[in-house]
Design a protein around this ligand. Sequence first.
Ligand code: FE2
Ligand code: FE2
Length: 212
Amino acid sequence: MFVCKRLASSPWKRAVSTNIGRSLSTAPKELSREDSKTLDQVIRVDQAGELGANQIYRGQNFVLQFTDPKVAPTIQHMWEQEKHHLRTFDNYILENRVRPTLLRPFWDVAGFALGAGTALLGTKAAMACTEAVETVIGGHYNDQLRDTVHLNDAAPELQKLRDDLAEFRDDELEHLNTAVDDWNAKEAPAHGLLSNAIQVGCNTAIWLCKRF
Ligand SMILES: [Fe+2]
Ligand SMILES: [Fe+2]
């Protein structure tokens, strides 16, 4: 029975390993090398994404607390949820010994600059940024839920990860609705241009973090 060496220490891989002695009819399916790689990518890219999201809200908060204090509680609420997302993926990185993205210093700066820069254009532009980012990230979490659905019976620990993906997807879509419905994100100046540019940036970031 092949056990991918790189994930031998992960909870789901341990679960597979300790069940080797069971009868074939009750043994859980083994994770393939491809599935292990998928799980590595899920954890790496999501930790990086939540890091970027935290930096975006940090940048927005930095500016908006002075320029539009009435929006500050909303920013703080969304930021608190992003902190929870990031802590969760920090733990997955450690528990499963997944290599974090090599691009962290870049996302630190780029996320803060995006958040602060759009906030300097005004509250609606900041919310257009949130709308664009959460549109991409909500879809990204849905893609991951689809890509991992076949792994449900490989190891029970995977269900916790998938539950977290679903919970965070719902949080991101709540942020999207808040930006559009409560803070008129679509009325931001040059909304289409801003939204397209940020969505292209987010998709590029996801592509890079899967690999580096
Ligand atoms: Fe998040
Ligand atoms: Fe979010």
